[in-house]
Design a protein around this ligand. Structure first.
Ligand code: NAP
Length: 288
């Protein structure tokens, strides 16, 4: 089998065009431009690139966005005070704190300070809890949400499929498992203590890898006809970007596969835009 490519670039471009059209309709009806505040503490080069990409995406769809760059030495109190001000700011619909934060900052306390209705990353325990309970109108974590959109594009019904998620981080693996469970898959979540990982991945009709190890999973760990979703972004010694899946060998087994780059990454940003638009509706008291 030679896998079909799940092209995140093309699918996300369609989603972004849809968001742009809805912003134009909002403005034409006399509404306010949706607004995103991005908070960056310190000067981590990778974080600066991510923040720039997110703000460019906002500009392309017609959102208002503002960057709050705090110095490396900023205290937790200063960060919390900024979040309080953004929570109260009616121009701001979504608040995004670029992670990771330095160890001296209590990341959970920071995330929990954001109003759940402005939590466009979907990391607040209120939003994760609603995802766990399958409550509608929740702001969903962006990467798993984008992956559910990609899976819908395969046309394959997910009900009853065996799904294996490798990685159990708060931002990808765990909410991914909740999304797939809500879609009526049977879930296995793997981590560093998982025994016989290959046996688990070979059982997967849907395989999602979020590990952060280059080409960690070879083709013979993948079931024939699987939907293979690669979240990993890893830089190799020659400077190229690769995923957690060994793309060449997995492509010979899977029915569908996401490339790296150009698969899950662009969908994460498109989901952030969708969440910001949804948050704008929530500020207006609409169902979201
Ligand atoms: P993370 O917090 O480092 O989590 C990695 C997970 O992989 C952990 O749960 C870890 O298990 C598990 N793991 C590590 N070695 C393993 C092994 N040998 N067998 C089984 N599980 C193992 O990473 P993350 O934030 O979820 O990110 C994962 C990757 O996705 C990174 O490459 C990141 O850059 C990328 N990413 C991409 C996007 C995107 O939009 N494309 C978004 C977010 C992240 P333990 O919990 O037991 O340690």
């Amino acid at each position: 089998m030679s896998a079909r490519i799940l092209d995140g670039k093309t699918i996300s471009a369609d989603l972004r065009a849809g968001v742009k059209a809805r912003v134009e309709a909002l403005l034409a009806g006399g509404g306010r431009r949706p607004g995103l505040a991005v908070v960056l503490l310190g000067r981590d080069p990778a974080s600066e690139v991510y923040v720039r990409n997110k703000r460019n995406a906002c500009a392309q769809v017609g959102f208002y966005s503002e960057l709050h760059g705090l110095s490396e030495a900023s205290s937790q109190g200063q960060l919390l005070a900024l979040i309080d001000a953004l929570n109260a700011d009616s121009r701001i619909d979504g608040i995004l704190i670029q992670l990771p934060l330095p160890d001296r900052i209590d990341t959970e306390a920071v995330i929990e300070r954001i109003l759940p209705t402005k939590d466009v990353d979907g990391f607040h325990p209120y939003n994760i809890g609603r995802l766990a309970l399958r409550t509608p109108s929740v702001l969903r974590p962006c990467t798993p949400k984008g992956i559910m959109t990609l899976l819908a594009h395969t046309g394959r019904a997910l009900e009853g499929l065996d799904a294996v998620v490798v990685g159990e981080s708060d931002i990808v693996g765990r909410p991914m498992a909740l999304e797939l469970l809500a879609a009526r898959c049977t879930i296995t979540v793997c981590h560093e203590y998982t025994r016989d990982l290959a046996e688990k991945t070979r059982s997967a009709d849907v395989l999602v890898t979020a590990v952060g190890r280059p080409r960690f999973i070879p083709g013979d760990w993948v079931k024939e006809g699987a939907l293979a979703i690669d979240v990993g972004i890893n830089r190799t010694t020659d400077g190229s970007l690769v995923g957690d899946l060994d793309f060449a060998s997995v492509s010979r087994r899977a029915a569908w596969i996401t490339p790296v780059p150009g698969g899950v990454g662009p969908m994460t940003i498109a989901s952030l835009l969708e969440n910001t638009l949804q948050a704008a509706r929530l500020q207006l008291g609409e169902p979201g």
